[in-house]
Design a protein around this ligand. Structure first.
Ligand SMILES: Nc1ncnc2c1ncn2[C@@H]1O[C@H](COP(=O)(O)OP(=O)(O)OP(=O)(O)O)[C@@H](O)[C@H]1O
Ligand code: SF4
Ligand SMILES: [Mg+2]
Length: 370
């Protein structure tokens, strides 16, 4: 296994208490695998990746758990060892490339610098490698473009340069935090295609962080769904899309518009908002928003348990002793969760129709009076 994260907890002490941004998170990434982490804004995706990269900003810190990368214990790595590892074996690309590229240096010089920091090669050799890398990430006329400054390139081109820099030392793991969010759809597709190709050519593993389920279905092998700092479901990508189990995953998938959807019905929306990290509901963090919430959900926190080919954190599937319910009960409860979401959608569609009627009547009434 290339990366193993076990019961990771990351905290930020703030004035009013402690924000536990990552709460008992476990997952694994094997060589050459693309693992996607998905979840709404604030679910702890970036803090998880920064914890792995050893790039947490003070006062954030890893408060518990284990992280092992390529046999090395990351939790007890010194800053110097971390620096050597970053860019050598593990690299990261961020959402906004302008924050990571230096505006006053030519992009070629920046890639040369990245190569020479980790390898003893001549400037000339590093430049040839930089041009090759730019070609690999699909930059046309790389011999000329190495002389460009970041502002002379489009957003999509800059993101490719970031990927080229991350690849400069052939990392075993690339962590990509929302690598396509700032890009338009065509460029997004090209970057995804590039990541897919790179994985095939180099066997590099990718930890892809995104809130875009379309991106996930295109490229990931396996998916971890996060909510309020916790993993709530994990499964292979096709299993997760064909048979989501956790009510939050079901809600996320139901909120994507599909062509075959009955358009007389409203698109499903998960009700309410992500809770304030300092005022989490007791019990299941999702309980205030869940259409399947039961009494026990408000009293205790479910554990992440193996249920068939999924891991899922929900009392619909867990006996109260941390084991999965039997297969028949799991099946029945999956159906119940789906029905609960459909029922909520019916209600919201009916409410929308009534609101529409009321608004129309008010308008017509107004017109009569005029
Ligand atoms: N420096 C900080 N101080 C206090 N809390 C923080 C800090 N950085 C992050 N957090 C908290 O950690 C939680 C997780 O944040 P994180 O940035 O990981 O979310 P995310 O899933 O990456 O969201 P997004 O999709 O918006 O990027 C949030 O509740 C956030 O408020
Ligand atoms: S544990 Fe309860 S509240 Fe939480 S997701 Fe499952 S059914 Fe919903
Ligand atoms: Mg983020």
């Amino acid at each position: 296994m290339l990366l193993e994260v076990k019961s990771l907890c990351t905290e930020f002490p703030v004035k009013r208490g402690v924000v536990r941004a990552v709460d008992d998170v476990s997952f694994e990434v094997s060589e050459g695998e693309i693992l996607a982490i998905v979840g709404e804004s604030g679910s702890g995706k970036s803090v998880t990746s920064l914890s792995i990269m050893g790039l947490l900003a003070e006062p954030g810190h890893v408060a518990g758990g284990e992280m092992t990368f390529d046999g090395k214990d990351l939790v007890h790595l010194s800053e110097k060892e971390y620096r050597e590892m970053r860019g050598n074996d593990m690299a990261m690309i961020f959402q906004e490339p302008m924050t990571s590229l230096n505006p006053v240096y030519r992009i070629g010089d920046q890639i040369v610098e990245a190569i020479r920091t980790h390898e003893k090669v001549s400037k000339k050799e590093a430049l040839t490698r930089a041009i090759d890398l730019l070609r690999k990430v699909g930059i046309p006329s790389p011999e000329a473009r190495v002389r460009d400054y970041p502002h002379q390139m489009s957003g999509g081109m800059r993101q490719r340069v970031m990927i080229a820099m991350a690849l400069a030392c052939n990392p075993k793991l690339l962590i990509a935090d929302e690598p396509t969010t700032a890009l338009d759809v065509t460029i997004q597709a090209q970057i995804l295609d590039l990541l897919r190709r790179l994985r095939e050519d180099t066997d590099m593993a990718v930890l892809l962080i995104t809130h875009d389920l379309g991106v996930v279905s295109e490229i990931a092998d396996r998916v971890v769904v996060m909510y309020c700092g916790q993993v709530v479901e994990e499964a292979e990508v096709r299993l997760l899309f064909d048979n989501p189990m956790h009510p939050y995953t079901l809600g996320l998938l139901k909120s994507i518009p599909r062509l075959e959807d009955d358009d007389s019905k409203r698109l499903y929306m998960i009700k309410g908002m992500v809770p304030n990290p300092l005022e989490m509901p007791p019990g299941c963090h999702f309980s205030d928003r869940c259409d399947s919430c039961m009494q026990v959900c408000r009293e205790r926190m479910p554990e992440l348990v193996q249920v068939g080919d999924h891991k899922v954190r929900c009392f619909l599937y867990e006996e109260q002793d941390g084991h999965a319910k039997d297969a028949a009960e799991v099946k029945a409860n999956e159906e119940k969760a789906r029905e609960a979401i459909e029922a909520a959608r019916e209600v919201s569609t009916a409410e929308a129709l009534i609101e529409g009627d009321v608004a129309r009547e008010a308008e017509e009434g107004g017109a009569d009076e005029r």
